[in-house]
Design a protein around this ligand. Structure first.
Ligand code: AMP
Length: 424
């Protein structure tokens, strides 16, 4: 098969690494890719939202499958674009159509879906500019802390946890009347605060059948001890010790099955990944959010634990026979340490030369915000590299990933040295 991956981050590097190992993959392309992805396939200089360009490339290069990494092309309807075109409609796209992508594209849509399907989630209500006063009334009785969420995509920044009523009123006003997050905050979901430990669960579905991929925990804050500003993700670990068989059975029964069946019963076609952000509240799972794609940096810890042929699983999604495919998961522990640019997640340094990647032997270096210039690898993004180690025990995996990150250097280089240590 000729496979095209859309995206350029660590997630897409991990997909490309895994897919390139499959005997079912003859040619692999990554659009646009990064400085690391040419190890696994060929980079193609097309943006993930250039649907015309992607469609033309797919026809010219006899692409047999498109795997969509990030949410933006899904929410904007890349799958629908392929289905609406005579020449493209027979090429399977892994990732939901626009309607299903609303699970991530609209918090209001996803909350309504959960309420309709009786999926455990925090109590919430949605408000607009016209119902601002009702929003204030709701805040007054809701209790603290309280969570405010911009309805639409806000590059991971649209969630605010407010600890005082005054702060919540101010933020709600700014979101609704001053477009604090642009169009994304024209609707705001006000949600009860959930106390617990977070966990990311990944489901692959063909619309009827599903497989539960390895779960993961990610580390969002920039500082050690999970302090400081939120980032796209500073590291991940899989498996997660508290996600034992009993808890995962609850997740399957109360969340995964109602989600997959709910989509089917509501005639929402869905072929792809469902990322379920969960809170474990005293042993009970509550859904915090859905994403319509895999997570980053979780994918970097999830892919190495999948022992089966990943392309065969993707074919199962495309051909609606995922139930006939085998998913074998390694018992080993995967840990990922993300190396970021100096200044990130604020204004950050760019175009710094990266050295020392060749000194890493025991971990896999997944590129993210990198590019090539005059035969050198330079930093171009906030999250630069993801260092993943697979080992028999968590402590060794953490030690190795951290030691290997230290073998790499660029000006302003930073990574957290405490990823996963809370799980030991
Ligand atoms: P989201 O974009 O919905 O995943 O929210 C981003 C982060 O905000 C989550 O990963 C949680 O850490 C936090 N968060 C979101 N909703 C809640 C909630 N209801 N209670 C507590 N924390 C939350």
């Amino acid at each position: 098969m000729n496979i095209l991956i859309l995206g350029s981050g660590g997630r897409e590097s991990a997909f490309a690494w895994k897919i390139s190992q499959s005997p079912k993959c003859s040619r692999l392309f990554i659009a646009p890719g990064n400085a690391g992805t040419p190890q696994y396939g060929q980079n193609v200089n097309i943006k993930v939202t250039d649907f015309e360009g992607i469609g033309k490339f797919a026809i010219d290069n006899a692409i047999d499958m498109v795997l969509v990494g990030p949410e933006e092309p899904l929410v904007k309807g890349i799958h629908d674009f392929f289905l609406a075109d005579e020449q493209l409609k027979s090429i399977p796209v892994i990732g939901p159509q626009k309607e299903g992508a609303q699970l991530e594209g609209s918090k209001d849509f996803s909350k309504d879906f959960m309420f309709r399907q009786n999926i455990p989630t925090a109590a919430s209500r949605t408000f607009t500019r016209d119902t601002l006063q009702e929003g204030f009334d709701y805040l007054a009785i809701a209790g603290l802390p309280i969570v405010l969420k911009a309805d639409g995509l806000a590059a991971g920044k649209g969630v605010l946890i407010c600890t005082s009523l005054q702060e919540a009123q101010l933020e709600l006003t700014e979101m609704l009347t001053e477009a604090k997050f642009g169009d994304a905050s024209s609707k705001v979901v006000i949600e009860q605060f959930l106390q617990g430990i977070e966990l990311s669960v990944f489901v692959m579905t063909d619309g009827t059948n599903y497989k539960v991929l390895p779960e993961a925990k990610d580390y969002k804050r920039i500082g050690e001890g999970d302090t400081g500003l939120n980032t796209g993700g500073m590291g991940s670990v899989s498996p997660v010790p508290f996600a034992d068989a009993e808890f995962m059975q609850k997740v399957t029964d109360k969340v995964i099955i109602p989600t997959v069946e709910g989509l089917k019963n509501e005639n929402i076609p869905y072929k792809g990944f469902i990322f379920i952000g969960l809170m474990n509240c005293d042993g009970e799972p509550y859904v915090i959010e859905y994403n319509c794609r895999m997570g980053d940096p979780e994918t970097e810890s999830v892919m190495p634990r999948i022992e089966s042929d990943f392309v065969d699983l993707l074919i199962g999604v495309a051909e609606s026979n995922l139930d006939e495919k085998e998913l074998i998961i390694s018992d080993k522990i995967a840990t990922t340490v993300v190396m970021v640019a100096g200044g990130y997640p604020g204004e950050y340094l760019k175009n710094k030369v990266i050295t020392g990647i060749e000194n890493v032997h025991e971990s896999t270096v997944f590129h993210a915000g990198t590019s090539t210039q005059d035969d050198k690898i330079i930093t171009t993004g906030g999250r630069v590299l993801a260092i993943t180690t697979l080992q028999d025990n968590l402590f060794n995996a953490l030690q190795q990933a951290t030691a290997d990150a230290s073998r790499i250097y660029y000006d302003g280089m930073y990574f957290r040295k405490d990823i996963g240590f809370d799980l030991l």
